[in-house]
Ligand binder design. Structure first.
Ligand code: PEP
Ligand code: MG
Length: 548
């Protein structure tokens, strides 16, 4: 057995045989032409045909996977209309007196090289898009009908050096159980499409993938990014069990997908997903999340040597927003500190880090760290329905200071002519008793509250959530915690603000009825809890006396 490691872009287990992508011959000969005018006409006809094919692909994607996934084909249409790209082809035909195919292939090589050499991972990923549109143009120039599917019927685990978004779109969900690519990035549109289509996928596996033989038996674990070639019996058994579990969860999805989160008496609540990064967006969508209720942005700052810059953050937030296609995405500003220590922040060693320099305290003391995140968030806001929330709030002064910084950043962006959405909501996490107790004062300052029951329990019970020897005392059902939640909900509603719960208690089915009776508007839970929670809610009847 050989184990390869890549980056999982969509969870799921596939067991099958490798099937290498056989692309239609794209080798292009340099051909001299005497009539360049006729060649330019040929090119123009092909370009229009490619644009119209993309229009059809866009419609198909809209029907199958929705607006966010379909957007890439609009982008490709725009790329085919890009003056620099088109001019470069036209000039090559004119000056070198060569066939249009060769001119397109040359432009593809030049433009994709420029993109690949850029530092920004998002721009690097655009190299695949240029190659994709250029291949489409060369197909169109050949005059052949567009290939319906480039994959054979028996294709199971599709392997390729890289996959273009349009190739991914053509994967037949019935006959393809997963795809793996030697190259590719988790930010690429291909990866977004994989998540949206729900195809287990691993990218960036490396050259070793291409050495494997067509037809090799393999297991793809999209959760861990591992590929097992010619797996042994023990691995097969283990992965079959993992697949069963996953399929069972997906079967529950079939039953509940698209259903409302509504009780028998008609009380509604939103169920959103908690995620740590882009990788889980697919799981959130697959489990039918109404939105993202907690994106723990600090995970962008962990396991690295230096701060993620504004641009990197912008690309990640933008991708989440686009992937969620208009559904609300609540991004929490970074909650570094306490159990999430990051060396390059250079924080002093503390006796009691849970009560120390953490989260919003770092942000307010070091605006040079906070500002790039605020800028990235605001810039991303135009790509979807963004809400931003701030962790570890204890006072109105903190919220006022945050609002002052936001106003400054907005002013800056306006000056730089960088667009942002004025309708972005700003909320705070209620995870300290202080915030819960002054929630009547905090509510008028914000658009929403989200209760972090993990920390609220820790700070209310004066009990370190990291201390395993105290776990018997860690009781989120403690009446003090539940009363603080109820009190906060009353204050939120008195001021017309919505309130959610994003701590672990949100997925505790024994508390669901109580939360509904409090009028909690949203519960945000790990993707796998969404459907069990929906099941619970749909069987509750609040007309019954409490607890029945
Ligand atoms: C919480 O405290 O409940 C919460 C959701 O935040 P975290 O668990 O990330 O501290
Ligand atoms: Mg917390």
């Amino acid at each position: 057995m050989v184990t390869l490691h890549g980056k999982g872009v969509y969870g799921g287990i596939a067991i099958g045989r490798l099937s290498f992508l056989r692309r239609r011959g794209m080798s292009v000969r340099r051909r001299t032409v005497s009539d360049t005018a006729a060649e330019l006409v040929r090119f123009e006809i092909a370009r229009q045909r490619a644009i119209s094919e993309l229009g059809k692909l866009h419609e198909k994607a809209l029907r199958n996977i929705g607006e966010s996934g379909a957007q890439i084909f609009e982008i490709h249409q725009m790329m085919l209309e890009d003056d620099d790209y088109v001019d470069s082809i036209v000039n090559t035909i004119r000056t070198e007196r060569v066939g249009a195919e060769y001119a397109v292939a040359t432009a593809a090589e030049n433009f994709s090289m420029v993109f690949s050499s850029m530092d920004d991972p998002y721009m690097q990923a655009r190299a695949a898009d240029v190659r994709d549109i250029s291949n489409r143009l060369i197909e169109a120039l050949s005059g052949k009908e567009e290939a319906k599917s480039q994959f054979s019927e028996e294709a199971r685990i599709v392997c390729a050096d890289d996959l273009a978004p349009s190739e991914t779109m053509q994967l037949d969900r019935e006959s393809v159980s997963a795809f793996i690519t030697a190259e590719g990035s988790v930010n690429s549109h291909t990866a977004i499409l994989a998540r949206t289509m729900g195809i287990p996928a691993v990218v960036d596996v490396g050259e070793a993938l291409l050495d494997a033989a067509d037809g090799t038996e393999a297991i793809v674990d999209g959760f861990t990014g591992k590929i097992y070639l010619s797996p042994d019996e023990a691995t097969l058994t283990q992965m079959r069990a993992k697949r069963e579990k996953d399929l069972h969860a997906k079967a529950l999805l079939e039953k509940y997908k698209g259903m409302d989160n509504v009780t028998l008496d008609g009380t509604r609540i939103d169920i959103f997903a908690n995620i740590q990064g882009l990788r889980e967006v697919g799981a959130a969508l697959l489990h039918d999340a109404g939105g993202i209720g907690l994106f723990r942005s600090e995970f962008l700052y962990l396991d690295r040597e230096d701060f993620p810059d504004e641009e990197e953050q912008f690309q990640v937030y933008k991708t989440v927003l686009q992937s969620m296609g208009g559904k609300k995405v609540v991004i929490r500003t970074m909650d570094v500190g306490a159990d999430k220590q990051v060396n390059y922040f250079g924080l002093d060693k503390e006796e009691n880090p849970a009560m120390g320099m953490r989260a919003i305290r770092i942000c307010l003391c070091r605006p040079e760290v906070f500002r790039p995140q605020l800028r990235a968030l605001l810039r991303a806001s135009v790509f979807g329905n963004l809400a931003v929330m701030f962790p570890m709030i204890t006072s109105c002064v903190e919220v006022e200071e945050i609002k002052r910084l936001i106003a400054e950043v907005k002013k800056e962006l306006k000056k730089e002519k960088l667009p942002f959405s004025e309708s972005t909501e700003f909320g705070i996490m209620i995870e300290t008793p202080a915030a819960a107790i002054i929630s009547d004062r905090l509510a008028p300052l914000v658009d929403f509250f989200s209760i972090g029951t993990n920390d609220l329990t820790q700070y209310t019970l004066a009990l370190d959530r990291q201390n395993r020897s105290l776990s018997a005392f860690f009781d989120p059902h403690h009446e003090a915690v539940l009363r603080l939640i109820e009190f906060t909900a009353e204050n939120a509603h008195r001021h017309g603000k919505w309130i959610g719960i994003c701590g672990e208690l949100a997925s505790d089915l024994s508390q669901t009825e109580r939360f509904l009776r409090m009028g909690i508007d949203e519960l945000s839970v790990s993707p796998a809890y969404i459907l069990p929670l929906r099941d619970k809610i749909r069987n509750l009847d609040l007309r019954n006396p409490k607890g029945e």
